[in-house]
Write a protein of this length. Structure first.
Length: 143
């Protein structure tokens, strides 16, 4: 009987101790945590102007140029010029830039050797293509 009393007393002491510890942890006011996040870096939008024009045309084809000028105060990395042509016009070649086309949307972007366009600088990329008639050029964008 004495053994059961000691066991019961030991369990009571353990439960009381655990309750005391829990009260000490929960009963204390929480410390204020101050969180000061760093401001997100500001990335300025590319400031540029672009022009795309045809230089010459012939039956079944054309040659043109895409010109981009950095009008901002920061360099433009991996510059591009994008524009739209009629669906039947297909770009077949470019120089001073790499071309890609998806439907009517054409883009010429920087090569590895000319990918940084410094403030005030201009790049001109040429292109050739196939079309029954001289294509119209619309919706010119740059970045």
């Amino acid at each position: 009987m004495k053994r059961n009393s000691l066991t019961a007393l030991a369990v009571l002491v353990l439960v009381a101790g655990a309750a005391l510890i829990a009260w000490r942890i929960v009963g204390r006011p929480a410390e204020t945590v101050h969180f000061h996040p760093s401001p997100a870096p500001v990335i300025a939008a590319a400031k540029c102007t672009a022009d795309v024009k045809l230089i010459t045309t012939w039956p079944g084809g054309f040659q043109g140029e895409a010109k981009i000028t950095n009008t901002g105060t920061a360099p433009i990395n991996d510059w591009y010029v994008q524009w739209n042509v009629p669906l039947e016009a297909k770009i077949t070649q470019s120089w001073n830039g790499t071309w890609m086309q998806s439907g009517p949307s054409v883009m010429i972007h920087a090569e590895k050797w000319n990918k940084v366009l410094k403030p005030g600088a201009t790049e001109v990329a040429g292109f050739k293509g196939d079309a029954k008639e001289a294509p119209t050029i619309a919706d010119i964008y740059c970045g």
